[in-house]
Ligand binder design. Structure first.
Ligand code: SAT
Ligand code: MN
Length: 580
């Protein structure tokens, strides 16, 4: 392995700090992956699953206090606090390094430090970026093999000696009291200590591809977003590409892999979590998926809700914190209607019904994207795919209609900035609490969110034909608490309407908040939803909206004069249209 001198120097620096007993440079080969797995099977980090029904699949049980992202311990360490903005935790770079330095000093004594050069994005793409991380966790290295392109290929994409994001990761002692996830955007640097969990520890993912990349994207004029990418193919074989932002554990993976019940329509998967989008020379927005695999939520993944994902995790998959059946197969809530007898829970204890979930609600699978039956043939196209529509979706029991379309780019940016959602098990803390989550980026935007809105607004005029922007909410319920829309595969009907809107053929009705499907415009053939319930799902309730927008105004207020005027104006304009 040969790296640049700047990279070598940085590795020396972190070696001096963490004092590993051994250093292993990772080349990303299959032999290396196999050896990592072997070692983890030997030391108990991994359990082998049934080799007949789940070949090359493994189960990892994490420390019970290390099962999700910990946002309260995540900091943007820009030089100026105002550049991190009011929605991020901030620490000065000096304070952050001195605090975390205490946890990192000597943290790798007796351990191996793996040096992992990784590429985010397709091989050969000018849009791809390089990272160099060190870690003392074999589980993290094996996961990086599945989630990124590891090895010399990464180094080859460096455009200069220091063209990489450096990431220092150590498990430390896994105590939440000695855990910090630190981003230093000005230094292209990440320090993460005290957690082995995906979003905290696979530094290519949220820390690099979103927090650091969003900072770089603003400076360089592109977008790093928490978005899936999919292609919708119509019966004539034409494919329309869409990108969709949704909060963690709110159906992104399911939508990315949706299986259509509409004859002739199908979806192709290009990514399930992150999209890097550039405006090309012709003014077309194009997206690449910087990742190589999927780190998806297991619970509720089943042949009914996501047949593609269920098939894709039957081999070569690392499961984390799922339950285990007596025949050595993984199990999670929702996989089958009845839990099998004799389950062992995610912590390795015998499980009895009524004892709470057998799999952790944020249990995960990690698997190469190429294993997905619906993976698009062009998913690694170095040019990316042209995006014709953007979707903002969140999880809301009320207020937000099933689907509606923004009037234009500016209005769409406003709708994205206005998103709020009910929290899920993907973060530590209470589940089901409504919180603001603009563009599903509240945990991931590496800079002041007011500047982020301004950056989005400024991108519109650079686009020849800006993508249409849609807002969706699969999670609206009736007065009895029942979902108004069946979701999952039926969401293809919504995608079809979007494609037809993009082509100018679908009918819509104007409401104060945007264009809603006109009666009959959504294809409901063969669907068991009454017109009354569909109307209820699509309804804009002016009273509810006025209340929600008053709350939104309080959220915006914290940005002070940094909030772009078009956002404040659109809020006032919408209130006026709602009779407020
Ligand atoms: O942050 S993770 O990548 O671990 C998963 C998520 O919350 O989106
Ligand atoms: Mn995510």
């Amino acid at each position: 392995m040969s790296v640049t001198s700047v990279a070598e120097r940085w590795v020396e620096e972190v070696t001096a700090l963490t004092q590993p007993s051994r250093i292993a440079w990772c080349d990303g080969s299959k032999a290396e992956y196999d050896a990592l797995i072997e070692g983890m099977l030997r030391d108990g980090t991994l359990l082998g699953l049934n080799p007949r029904t789940y070949p090359n699949c493994y189960l990892h049980r994490s420390h019970p206090s290390d099962v999700a992202r910990t946002e309260q311990l995540t900091f943007i360490c820009s030089r100026e606090q105002a550049d991190a903005g009011p929605t991020n935790n901030w620490m000065s770079p000096a304070e952050a390094k001195s605090k975390a330095g205490v946890f990192l000093r000597g943290s790798m004594r007796g351990r191996t430090m793996y040096v992992v050069p990784y590429l985010m994005g397709p091989v050969g793409s000018a849009l791809s970026r390089v990272g160099l991380m060190v870690t003392d966790s074999a589980y993290v290295v094996a996961s990086m093999h599945l989630m990124t392109r590891v090895g010399q290929v990464a180094v080859q994409h460096m455009r200069s000696d220091d063209d990489f994001v450096a990431g220092l990761h150590s498990l430390g002692d896994l105590s939440p009291d000695r855990r910090l996830i630190l981003q230093f955007p000005e230094e292209k640097l990440i320090w993460s200590v005290g957690s082995g969990y995906g979003g905290n520890a696979l530094l290519g993912k949220k820390c690099h591809a979103l927090r650091i990349a969003s900072w770089q994207a603003r400076q360089e004029g592109w977008l790093a977003e928490h978005m899936l990418i999919l292609g919708v193919e119509d019966p004539e074989g034409r494919v329309t590409y869409l990108a969709a932002a949704m909060p963690s554990a709110s159906g992104k993976t399911n939508l990315a892999m949706v299986v259509s019940h509409l004859p002739g329509w199908r979806a192709w998967t290009l990514g399930d979590d992150i999209a890097w989008m550039h405006v090309d020379a012709r003014g077309q927005l194009r997206a690449i998926n910087p990742e190589r695999g999927f780190f998806g939520v297991a619970p509720n993944t089943s042949p009914k809700t996501n047949p593609n994902a269920t098939a894709m995790v039957r081999s070569n998959t690392i499961f984390t914190n799922v339950a285990l059946t007596p025949s050595g197969e993984p199990w999670w809530e929702g996989l089958t209607t009845e839990p099998p007898a004799g389950l062992v829970d995610w912590q390795g204890n015998p499980w009895r019904p009524g004892e709470g979930p057998a799999a952790h609600p944020n249990s995960r699978f990690t698997v190469l994207a190429q294993q997905c039956p619906s993976i698009a043939p062009n998913w690694e196209d170095p040019q990316g795919v042209p995006i014709s529509g953007l979707i903002f979706g969140s999880r809301r029991t009320n207020v937000i209609p099933l689907v509606f379309e923004a009037f234009d780019w500016k209005h769409g940016v406003f709708l994205g900035s206005a998103m709020s959602t009910e929290t899920t098990a993907a973060i530590t803390g209470k589940v089901g609490v409504v919180r603001r989550d603009p563009m599903a980026m509240i945990p991931f935007c590496g800079y002041n969110m007011a500047d982020y809105f301004a950056h989005w607004l400024a991108t519109g005029p650079r686009l020849g034909k800006p993508p249409r922007i849609f807002r969706v909410n699969w999670f609206r319920r009736d007065a009895d608490g029942r979902f108004l829309w069946p979701g999952y595969g039926e969401n293809m009907r919504i995608l079809k309407w979007m494609v037809e809107r993009i082509r100018g053929t679908a009918r819509a009705e104007e409401t104060p908040i945007g264009w809603v499907p006109a009666p009959g415009a959504l294809d409901t053939t063969g669907l068991d939803v009454t017109p009354t319930r569909l109307r209820e799902a699509l309804r804009c309730d002016a009273g509810e909206w006025r209340e929600a927008l008053a709350e939104l105004g309080r959220f915006y207020a914290q940005f002070g004069s940094r909030l772009p005027a078009p956002i404040a104006d659109t809020l006032a304009w919408t209130l006026h249209r709602l009779g407020g």
